[in-house]
Design a protein around this ligand. Structure first.
Ligand SMILES: [Fe+2]
Length: 228
């Protein structure tokens, strides 16, 4: 079909939606028992950290503490082993939606985060991982959104008002039972905890087997130089 205006026309016109960033957001079914278990286990997750009096947050001057647990809770807590299986299930969905082929995946780290009122988490990504995941067992709506940052470029780019403006962010307000999976390279942060309660989340990193960190991964980079 010929399209266009005036005397110049196109014989073909495609709009390519390039470089999409898929983020999976799901809600665990019947999460009540899981969430109660996590709430009751917080003292053990942060044993030693609480006893040490906490560490003043470097991210938020208003917060008195901002703690991260050991990163092997999926090994030490059988209930969180089940949670890691749920993370994997949602990660497989992400893989399917991206039309990728991933043999299998593994949760390499799983940890709990606890932030005092006033706390924030600075913009970061999960270096060395393929996918990142987060689960919210307890949520006060004022405890801070998960903010996903547009990876497409600088806000400094001059664009006409109202047109495509790179550099925006997307804020996701979780509820208890919300699980999110996103590419580990995607920058994200957490808004300030404006509630009077601690902000709790369970985070994890996922890596494909046979690709990175596996004994089956190639020991040398597969670089072929054409000498002809
Ligand atoms: Fe993170």
């Amino acid at each position: 079909m010929r399209t266009g205006t005036g005397s110049m026309t196109f014989t073909q016109r495609d709009s390519l939606a390039l470089f999409p960033t898929l983020v999976e957001v799901a809600r665990l079914t019947d999460a009540h028992q899981l969430n109660e278990h996590i709430a009751k286990s917080l003292d053990s997750y942060f044993a030693g950290v609480r006893d040490g009096g906490g560490v003043a947050s470097t991210d938020s001057p208003g917060a008195t503490y901002d703690w991260t647990s050991a990163a092997d809770l999926h090994v030490t807590d059988p209930v969180l082993t089940d949670l890691s299986a749920a993370f994997l299930a949602l990660a497989r969905h992400w893989v399917e939606r991206n039309k990728l082929t991933v043999e299998d995946m593994v949760v390499t780290e799983l940890w709990a985060n606890l932030a005092a009122p006033g706390g924030t988490t600075y913009r970061h990504h999960h270096r060395g991982a393929y996918l990142a995941g987060v689960y919210y067992p307890i949520v006060n709506p004022l405890s801070g959104d998960l903010v996903l940052h547009d990876p497409r470029g600088s806000r400094a780019q001059i664009v006409p008002t109202g047109l495509y403006e790179p550099g925006h962010s997307f804020s996701l307000t979780p509820t208890a039972g919300t699980m999110v999976i996103f590419p580990a390279w995607l920058d994200h942060s957490v808004g300030q905890n404006r509630s009077r309660e601690e902000r709790v989340s369970i985070a994890c990193n996922l890596v494909p087997l046979g690709f990175t960190g596996s004994p089956r991964a190639p020991r040398r980079p597969r670089v072929v130089i054409d000498g002809t």
